[in-house]
Design a protein around this ligand. Structure first.
Ligand SMILES: NC(=O)C1=CN([C@@H]2O[C@H](COP(=O)(O)OP(=O)(O)OC[C@H]3O[C@@H](n4cnc5c(N)ncnc54)[C@H](O)[C@@H]3O)[C@@H](O)[C@H]2O)C=CC1
Ligand SMILES: O=C(O)[C@H]1O[C@H](OP(=O)(O)OP(=O)(O)OC[C@H]2O[C@@H](n3ccc(=O)[nH]c3=O)[C@H](O)[C@@H]2O)[C@H](O)[C@@H](O)[C@@H]1O
Length: 438
């Protein structure tokens, strides 16, 4: 089928490449000229395992193309996916101006039947607004349907998630549009859940908020473990073994970050409030998340006394491993706070340093050439992102290069016993029992 994706960022590009891979003719539109030029030249602006080869292969096969022209996009695809940003506003509610603008642009060029699909994460009832906006701006009698098709991919494994999703959610109220959507997803082996538009929109915010809630739950337990002398890893294993709970998203750490959970939890709180229903449970989720970094910093201050002029090594800047995305990264937030207190930070990340170098804090830290280089002469090493290469670090060399052997593991990546054998003092998250034994 001929498909158009409007917005060729993280979701647009990965989705477009996967649609092309299963045989669809995909045109990706973006209004960022430089981005489109580099995509046309075969340069992929994000680090995502498997994406580059997928894009190159499908561009070569002429199943995947890029343009800056929305008019061309509306002309090309019978189904138009909107994958533009839905960033947070100062009060936490969603800025829908990108969606509204695209709806108006589509309306301007509508000449024959099109299905307009919201793939961006949007508040419930946005589909209704998109439809009324298009109706207002299109020629009288223009034929179209609006569908909600939220995206559940995770960065770092986006291609695998898209090719084999747990489920595909399609919200719509027109048989014609729903039939086309089912046809698009036919090549993907995944259960398809068809709903009304409002339910589909709600599913996305509800899913992300529930996952954030799971993370905050285990982080709250981590604090109890620290105080009571228990090990949160064992507790997570014990409760996660219950199939009704599941082990996923029970990794205690510095809390959730990234371009989605923080904004989507805030958005869901604002959406509920607009409906007259305060969602205090999610406010607590946010508080616990903020508290994780506060507690971690308190422990570092406790160990070092003052942070000013202390050499601190930080491993990891991306918001999670296997991505170079630093948007709302907890690691970056931590570095900013250390720098604000006068610490001398040396940071290393296997992929995210070019993107981190564009952030305001970049001029105030040293970007190291390797994990060991970051740790040279440091008084403390902080692990902020659990990149696999950090787990296999040469502990003997690390010990000899650091000034004082102190490790704060914000992602419970290292084995405390092995680390202590090399003479380090170790502190993880929620590992009270381990601390006692040490
Ligand atoms: N990043 C992720 O892992 C996921 C994101 N989402 C949601 O998908 C949406 C998009 O997110 P990302 O792809 O991360 O954003 P992004 O910022 O990476 O990409 C958005 C793209 O849209 C382009 N754009 C903006 N206005 C445009 C217009 N009028 N015409 C054409 N292009 C335009 C931008 O230039 C940019 O390239 C958001 O609602 C997000 O919450 C959903 C699931 C996963
Ligand atoms: O809407 C979105 O954009 C996406 O948001 C998340 O995906 P993503 O943000 O890419 O990454 P996750 O793997 O969910 O991690 C999010 C954050 O939670 C943290 N996390 C995750 C799991 C865990 O057990 N503990 C934990 O602290 C990670 O370190 C990271 O900072 C969801 O998992 C996707 O389903 C969703 O499509």
């Amino acid at each position: 089928m001929k498909l158009t994706i409007i917005g060729s960022g993280y979701v647009g590009l990965t989705t477009g490449a996967c649609f092309a891979e299963v045989g669809h003719q995909v045109l990706c539109v973006d209004n960022d000229e430089a981005k489109v030029k580099s995509l046309q030249a075969g340069e992929i602006p994000i680090f995502e395992p498997g994406l580059e080869s997928l894009v190159r292969k499908n561009v070569a096969a002429r199943r995947l193309q890029f343009t800056t022209s929305t008019e061309e996009g509306v002309d090309h695809g019978e189904v138009l996916f909107i994958a533009v940003p839905t960033p947070p506003q100062a009060d936490g509610s969603v800025d829908l101006s990108f969606i509204e603008k695209v709806a108006r642009e589509i309306a301007q060029y509508l000449s024959s039947y099109r299905v307009i699909v919201d793939k961006s994460t949007v508040p419930v009832k946005t589909g209704e607004r998109v439809a009324s906006t298009i109706r207002r701006h299109a020629k009288p009698g223009a034929e179209f349907d609006v569908v909600s098709n939220p995206e559940f991919l995770r960065e770092g494994c986006a291609v695998a998630d898209l090719m084999r999703p747990d489920r595909i959610v399609i919200g719509g109220n027109s048989d014609r549009a729903l039939a086309l959507m089912q046809k698009i997803y036919e090549p993907f082996v995944a259960p398809v859940l068809v709903t009304d538009i409002n339910s589909a929109e709600l599913i996305k915010h509800a899913a992300n908020s529930f996952l954030a809630l799971k993370i905050s739950y285990i982080n709250a337990l981590a604090e109890i473990c620290e105080v009571s002398g228990a090990d949160v890893l064992k507790v997570a294993e014990g409760i996660g073994a219950d199939k009704r709970i599941g082990r996923g998203f029970l990794n205690a750490g510095l809390g959730y970050g990234g371009s989605c959970f923080p904004k989507d939890v805030s958005a869901f709180i604002a959406i509920a409030e607009q409906l007259g229903l305060p969602f205090d449970l999610l406010k607590e989720v946010q508080k616990i998340n903020i508290r994780q970094v506060d507690r971690f910093l308190d422990a570092i201050r406790e160990a070092l006394w003052v942070l000013k002029d202390k050499k601190i090594a930080v491993w990891g800047l991306s918001f999670k491993p296997n991505t170079d995305d630093v948007r709302s990264s907890v690691a970056v937030n931590l570095v900013e706070r250390l720098v604000a207190e006068g610490a001398l930070v040396s940071a290393y990340d296997p992929q995210a340093m070019p993107k981190a170098a564009e952030l305001p804090m970049a001029s105030k830290i040293r970007f190291a050439s390797s994990a060991l280089d970051a740790a040279a002469d440091a008084e403390v090493l902080i692990i902020a992102t659990e990149w696999p290469e950090f787990a296999s670090a040469d502990l003997a060399s690390l010990r000899s290069t650091m000034r004082t052997p102190l490790i704060f593991d914000g992602r419970n990546l290292l084995d405390p016993v092995a680390v202590r054998d090399f003479g380090f003092q170790y502190r993880g998250i929620g590992r009270g029992i381990v601390a006692e034994r040490g």
